[in-house]
Design a protein. Structure first.
Lengths: 169, 212
């Protein structure tokens, strides 16, 4: 596959979406349509993206690797890193209008909305990936440890992986 | 683009206070460590970025939540957006490059390596069992993040008035329901949350004296 076309597909998907998985529908449509990736490639990439360090959005770096090797991974990485710089422009605009009380209240509403969305997504994920009371116990244990701030996140996840291995093997 | 290079105006415009000095190497190293350590996807990463910003005094709790809300409007991965914003705030464009490269390079390389390895162990039962433990923990961590982002805003509202606190809770629960039950697009939900909050707060006076 032509690297420039490849880069453009990944850049376009990132420019037209927000959040880590927002680019999924675009890439799915384009790469499957062109016959450059399979459904199994997508499932593998999403699973790796969930486990690997960094933002969820790195899943498309995994897809880039599966589609075009190391060059694909590097191009996907670049395509993911450029569109977020537009956030600097959004912040600069905010800087000019923030003195209006209405704008401050609006942004406060955005904060509340983000918290609500985070809870709703956690609920949706819980319905699909918490199968029984033991899974729920792991989730609540992780919640308590994360709120306590005394245990590093990587240790929480390591412990959870160990619990999963003991319970479900 | 004049305003972008004007360092006297902080970009996140969250406060006018002086930011602590951060070297480019320190910025790169902080994000490199986050990029390597945050196994378990976005929730773990957000948790670590927030912790790093607050313990180093780069942003305080309210600033972080506001910046996180603001960047949702821009395209791309939210965690990279907030990383770029913090980098710019502290060190301008070189700071953006240092912070974003620090976050993306190690996690991208590890992701590509794991892709190569994961295809091989995908059907190994032990790997599948461990994964069944990791996923619920990821959910617990994202609820912790929601609590840590929401509580400072709700505490501020409680100081302003009980009616304002009720309005905040209404918007928060409403946003969750609009996504979970009505399945509206996240961007629409956020715009609605902002508009409803601005309208409600315009008619509900704050008991606190407004800052000059």
């Amino acid at each position: 596959m032509n690297p420039i076309t490849f880069f453009w597909l990944f850049l376009k998907a990132s420019l037209l979406s927000t959040g880590g998985f927002g680019n999924l529908p675009y890439l799915h449509q384009d790469l499957i349509g062109l016959g450059r990736a399979t459904e199994a490639d997508f499932l593998t990439a999403i699973a790796v993206g969930q486990l690997s360090p960094g933002p969820n959005g790195v899943w498309s770096i995994s897809l880039g690797y599966l589609t075009l090797g190391w060059l694909g991974a590097a191009l996907a990485m670049l395509a993911l890193s450029l569109p977020p710089l537009l956030a600097l422009g959004v912040a600069a605009v905010y800087n000019r209008v923030e003195r209006w009380q209405g704008v401050q209240d609006f942004v406060r509403g955005l904060s509340l909305g983000v918290v609500g969305l985070t809870l709703a997504i956690a609920y949706a994920l819980a319905r699909s990936s918490i199968a029984d009371w033991r899974g729920l116990a792991i989730a609540l244990g992780a919640l308590a440890l994360a709120i306590s701030k005394h245990v590093p996140v990587v240790a929480i996840l390591g412990l959870a992986g160990l619990m999963g291995w003991i319970i479900y093997r | 683009m004049q305003h972008l290079s004007d360092r006297s105006a902080p970009l996140t415009s969250i406060t006018e206070r002086i930011r602590p000095h951060a070297g480019l190497l320190e910025l790169f190293a902080a994000y490199f460590w986050i990029g390597i350590q945050s196994f378990g996807g976005g929730s773990a990463t957000l948790f670590l970025i927030r912790q790093a910003c607050i313990t180093r005094g780069w942003l305080d709790e309210v600033e972080f939540t506001r910046a996180w809300a603001l960047i949702q409007i821009a395209p791309g991965i939210n965690l990279i957006k907030i990383t770029a914003l913090v980098g710019y705030e502290l060190r301008g464009w070189p700071g953006v490059v240092a912070a974003v490269a620090g976050l993306v390079l190690p996690s991208g390389c590890v992701t590509a390596l794991m892709t190569a390895g994961f295809s091989a162990v995908r059907d190994v039962p032990a790997a599948r069992a461990a994964m069944r433990g990791v996923l619920p923990a990821t959910i617990g961590i994202s609820v912790a993040i929601a609590a840590q982002m929401g509580l400072p805003v709700l505490r501020l509202a409680r100081r302003e008035s009980n009616r304002r606190l009720a309005a905040h809770v209404l918007v928060l629960v409403g946003a969750a329901l609009l996504l979970a039950v009505a399945g509206l697009s996240p961007a629409l939900v956020l715009l609605a949350a902002g508009a409803v909050t601005a309208a409600l707060l315009a008619v509900l006076p704050s008991a606190l004296r407004r800052e000059p």
